[in-house]
Ligand binder design. Sequence first.
Ligand SMILES: [Zn+2]
Ligand SMILES: [Zn+2]
Length: 360
Amino acid sequence: MPWTLGVPLLADESLSSWLVRAALRQGCDPLALTGAIWPGWRVWTRDVDRDIPLARLSPLVKASGIPAAKFQQAALRGACERINGHPLSDNRTWPWLLALGTRNRVRHSGQQCCQLCLAQDATPYFRREWRFAWHVGCPLHGVTLIDDCPVCQAPIEPHRLVAEDGHLSQCSRCRFDWRHTACTPISQDTLRFQQIADEVLQANPVILGKKGVTASDWFAATAFLLGVIRRASHRPASALTHTLRSLEIPVTEGLLPVTGLPFELLAVSERSTLLTATQRALDVGLVEIFAAFRKNEVMATALHDPRKPPPMVIRSIMATGTTHQKTPRSGLQKPHQPKSERAVRAAWARLQRRMKTEIP
Ligand SMILES: [Zn+2]
Ligand SMILES: [Zn+2]
């Protein structure tokens, strides 16, 4: 049976936001609305912003009068698969998408919002991009996003609102209206990574280390760099940390997330510090950073978990470094030629071996 009150899905709105708005507009709890559309399917125990499976779309299309294609466009799966370069499994954390940490209907984190965007909306709604892990601020309003209630620190869980609440710019625990809470300004420097990553998501190819790569290569390379910076902040006295500092990439204890959790589970404040440092590293340039690692005899094992080899784009930059740079041992400079994947793998293995043997 179609709803009497239509609720349009807005161009940049997340699926969960729309479902909650649709429920409140019909005067019912989000849980009651989704229970009526999908009896027996516990939609709020999954991350509905990722997508609504095709097999589940038909009752929603009938009730809302919105075509299935619109729901598919609003889903984050397409963007996330472009970022990762391959299909993503439902049961795992998706790299670069904030994880909800769902246990039954209760969440630990994963939703962010800008209070000033909510304040200017005729009907407050949540943007799709607020779910991306590289989003830490609002470029429109120059403020930090909030990822928990500024009053009671509860996670942002609009699906737990009830019919009487009326709008979703409020805490589902303490009911405080976030449009009336103070905002924290964010610097342009902190927003730079976010703005570049947004552009990368739309572009193909993108430039990295002076060559064209895919968006998924770019995200893989920056995730690797971010991991290197996190590892360095664990080891303040290491050659790795010394090298990064010599390139004016800030590596401090302040970068160390207290929990040690994966990036997609970190608080907005922790992510924004890490991304600011990662952007500085991108400004220096990957080729230059790896040349400095070689010069300072930073072992490859210091850079990453040995069970997780660097992405191909990084291996290729490292291999390029070995041919471009004059090595202290051999003094040889070979001309640069395009390399096959096999050659890059071999060069990487040689580099690893040499780095190990050159350490006294
Ligand atoms: Zn805003
Ligand atoms: Zn609250």
